[in-house]
Design a protein around this ligand. Sequence first.
Ligand SMILES: CC(C)(COP(=O)(O)OP(=O)(O)OC[C@H]1O[C@@H](n2cnc3c(N)ncnc32)[C@H](O)[C@@H]1OP(=O)(O)O)[C@@H](O)C(=O)NCCC(=O)NCCS
Length: 179
Amino acid sequence: MSDEREEISVQIRPVTAADETGIKELVTAAFGQETEARLTHRLRHCGAFVLELVATSEHGRLLGHIGFSRVTPADVGPGQSLLVTCMAPVSVWPEFQHQGIGAAMIEEGISRMKELGEDLILVLGWPSYYPRFGFDAELARKVKAPYAGNAFMALALTEDGHRNLPVEVTFATPFQDFD
Ligand SMILES: CC(C)(COP(=O)(O)OP(=O)(O)OC[C@H]1O[C@@H](n2cnc3c(N)ncnc32)[C@H](O)[C@@H]1OP(=O)(O)O)[C@@H](O)C(=O)NCCC(=O)NCCS
């Protein structure tokens, strides 16, 4: 089994319309419930996603999905013109987890966010996982949001993202129905 795993060749590309059903199944399987798949659908169809990527096998099978949605700074304070996104959800099929697919998607996503000129990425997740990509709970303490604590982390991609804080932000509307 471990030999088979080592042979997996993963490609990462932007989502197409043809991926929609597969992503729904994948996100539901990864989280073991439909809540995050519904969130993904709503974020996509309200136009909140700045970027969605999928990881596929060399045969085109969907293995993973990641989304970055627009977060809006309040019209006050030093951070009002920052470009901010939220990285969520991140999903890999259960049988393909722990093989670096999540990390590959996160790294590619961060790199594309930099190319797009984004200043700050926010994430809500495991404090043991996301710091390896540079996410920092201390930095997120300067972001006033409906989330707080060690699971709420931020990654600055630009000087402005470091400097123009604090910032008060609103997440895309579908997050309001999400617990
Ligand atoms: C999060 C996720 C996308 C990571 O994808 P992946 O391809 O397994 O990630 P990688 O192989 O790059 O990294 C694996 C690491 O993730 C972390 N991790 C995975 N599952 C974890 C869990 N339940 N709790 C804490 N950390 C976890 C561990 O550090 C793990 O390292 P290990 O393989 O040495 O144990 C995948 O585990 C997943 O789809 N999980 C279910 C959905 C989910 O919870 N998404 C994230 C919400 S914060």
